[in-house]
Design a protein around this ligand. Structure first.
Ligand code: CP
Length: 312
């Protein structure tokens, strides 16, 4: 039976905009795309459509996995490129750029350094706008691929414990994933240097939605009771004062020594890019899922493109 959910024409802006049924439908759709790609099918679901990628901030995974996803669903991609090759260099505002590109395409993926830019962008664009990360606020497509990965790696999602380790202040991926963990009834342990604690308004918002949250400085104790650890780098680009970054950089590192204290079969996630917060030696640990997680992003983004364009 088809689920009673429709995504056609919808913007993807915040993780808290989805209900449980919608999340499961997106993951199931991604799973079907993963099977179709792996079977070698040349998919034409978005044949004749054009999708724009507008990245006003650096990206490797989100930009390229969306571009790969666009190709793999049979659509064409137009990309803004960096500021030096677009009219950004002449002083055009991002709002005018978006308004212009909206007239060329069927859907838009946008990343912007300003928190809230995705909300404003969705009001400007007529076509579906997918938030590829806005400032330190939200990164919903990352959180969607995170839960897709959790379900694949653990066989289910719900009733588990996850430690968020790292920069919880500026890390938009943890803000988005926190919403989904609350929805699925996963307990969260927040573990970070004092300066990078989860913003109080985020914790309050999550608790109001029913989240079970523990905050601690004891990384080993947190890992000993966690089914997942979600590590993030210190978001250097968000610091106003470089000296503040210097004070906290390198203050937590997941290495094999620390991993020995973790719960058996704990799964390690990281949105990437990594700087030094997970030692390279950990990559050989079977539960180190972060590169598999990045690969899952393409299937998840194929699903989103198919759904918001109404082609599937
Ligand atoms: N995880 C993530 O958003 O990576 P990029 O910054 O490389 O897109």
């Amino acid at each position: 039976m088809e689920p009673n959910v429709s995504f056609a024409g919808r913007d993807i802006i915040n993780s808290y905009d989805f209900n449980n049924q919608e999340l499961c439908h997106i993951m199931d759709t991604a799973m079907i795309y993963e099977k179709r790609v792996k079977s070698g099918e040349a998919i034409k679901d978005l044949d004749g459509m054009v999708v724009a990628t507008l990245f006003f901030e650096p990206s490797t995974r989100t930009r390229l996995s969306f571009q790969a996803a666009i190709s793999r669903v049979g659509a064409s991609c137009i990309d803004l490129g960096n500021a030096s090759v677009s009219s950004q260099a002449k002083g055009e505002t991002w709002q005018d750029t978006l308004k212009t590109v909206d007239g060329y395409v069927d859907a838009i993926v946008m990343r912007h350094p300003t928190s809230g830019a995705a909300i404003e962008g969705a009001e400007i664009a007529v076509h579906p706008l997918i938030n590829g990360g806005d400032g330190s606020r939200q990164h919903p497509t990352q959180a969607l691929l995170d839960i897709y990965t959790m379900r694949k790696e653990a066989g289910h999602i719900g009733g588990q414990t996850i430690t968020f380790l790292g920069d919880l202040k500026y890390g938009r991926t943890v803000h988005s994933l926190g919403d989904f963990m609350t929805q699925f009834g996963n307990k969260m342990i927040f573990c970070s240097p004092e300066e990078l604690r989860m913003p109080k308004e985020e914790t309050k918002r999550l608790r109001k939605a029913g989240a079970e949250i523990e905050e601690t400085d004891d990384v080993a104790a947190a890992l000993a009771k966690s089914d997942f650890v979600y590590v993030t780098r210190v978001q250097r680009e968000r610091f106003e004062n470089p000296e503040d970054y210097e004070k906290v950089k390198g203050s937590y590192i997941l290495d094999n020594k620390l991993l020995k204290k973790a719960k058996k079969d704990m799964i390690i996630l990281h949105p990437l890019p990594r700087v030094d917060e997970i030692a390279v030696e950990v990559d050989d640990y079977p539960g180190a899922a972060y590169f598999r997680q990045a690969h899952n992003g393409m299937y998840l983004r194929m699903a989103l493109l198919g759904l918001v364009t109404g082609r599937i």
